[in-house]
Design a binder for this molecule. Structure first.
Ligand code: DP6
Length: 331
């Protein structure tokens, strides 16, 4: 009996979408209805170790030292199965041929405050699992694989500013190209959240989704232009419009979902006031109530100060642009 364990550790960063992915043209393959664009959040990190151990009788999955719930467990195990199926080669489809694995994942950012950990989580899991199995995969292949676990995870594989065109994501500008910052205003919410997987499935039920999709290439191209030229006014205009279009779809889906709370609007107002007074800051909002205040590095202090004072803002987290996901050596 082969008792050798196969182990690897990878790190990945979450990403914030400037042009959002909302809706899938193929739900099970997570092929998106529109292309999207993001940057990695280099000051927030997920570190994941995957160890395939022939002596284990069941997969073990923990995040931040705690066993995950049944739904998250199934999602991780399914992802390990699909990666192991590649390793099985001619026995493709027989994921039983893999050893069970111990998966330990740790985030440097608090869970449950609404910062999506599935992007960095599935990027790190994909890279660690492939490395543990000795699978040599290109960056586009790793990005495609990560996408099957969570759509936005494909954008956490390459570094810096990243565009996701259909199957996988690639860097369009390096981490140091434009030192933007994300000042995340965490707002208290009593609402039951609807997860993004569920939200994507509802997208086509909004009559606004078709219009949002038809206009997506224009917004993507303007955003690419803004990044290429480090043009903040253009970036501000296009990312705010894109976020509002996504939330218009979400609010008008059937059933309707409203992620915002009163403090969400207060932060939007404050961001626009700051910009009117000459501060380079703009907002974007994911599938939750928190507001991501994207700003130029020199404006961070002023943005943080303004946002902290807003009633309903419980915490402020900041991050600069991050690099690619990668394997890290074991000490
Ligand atoms: C609003 O990638 O979290 O953050 O594929 O179901 O895991 P799943 O969805 P996910 O959706 C991200 C939605 C978003 C916009 C974005 O990041 O582009």
């Amino acid at each position: 009996m082969n008792t050798q364990t196969r182990k690897a550790t990878a790190i990945a960063f979450p990403n914030i979408a400037l042009i959002k992915y909302w809706g899938n043209r193929d739900q099970s393959l997570r092929l998106p209805s529109n292309d999207s664009l993001s940057f990695n959040l280099g000051d927030l990190r997920t570190t994941t170790t995957v160890e395939f151990d022939p002596l284990l009788t069941r997969d073990e999955v923990s995040i931040d030292g705690h066993k995950v719930n049944a739904q998250a467990y199934e999602r991780v195990v399914h992802h390990l199965d699909r990666i192991a199926d590649i390793d099985c080669g001619e026995r493709r489809g027989l994921s039983e041929c893999r050893s069970k694995a111990r998966v330990m994942s740790n985030n440097t950012f608090p869970m449950g405050v609404g910062i999506a950990s599935s992007a960095s989580g599935f990027a790190a899991l994909t890279i660690a699992a492939c490395a543990a199995l000795g699978l040599k995969k290109s960056e586009p292949e790793l990005s495609s694989l990560a996408r099957l676990g969570s759509g936005s995870a494909c954008r956490s594989v390459p570094g810096g500013f990243v565009a996701w065109h259909d199957g996988y994501a690639t860097s369009i500008a390096t981490q140091s190209h434009w030192p933007l910052m994300d000042v995340i205003a965490i707002v208290a919410s009593r609402h039951k959240t609807v997860g993004s997987t569920e939200g994507h499935a509802l997208a086509d039920s909004s009559p606004f989704q078709a219009a949002r999709l038809a206009d997506a290439p224009r917004r993507l191209s303007l955003c690419e232009q803004a990044i290429a030229n480090c043009d903040f006014p253009l970036l501000a205009e296009v990312i705010e419009q894109d976020a509002l279009m996504m939330h218009s779809v979400i609010m008008t889906s059937q059933p309707s979902v409203i992620y915002w709370v009163p403090a969400t609007l207060s932060v939007i107002d404050a961001v626009r006031d700051l910009r009117d007074s000459g501060v380079p800051v703009a907002f974007t909002i994911d599938a939750g109530p928190n507001v991501h205040c994207i700003c130029e590095a020199h404006a961070v202090k002023q943005v943080k100060q303004a946002v902290r004072q807003i009633e309903g803002v419980t915490d402020v987290i900041e991050s600069g642009v991050g690099g690619p996901a990668c394997v890290i050596p074991h000490s």
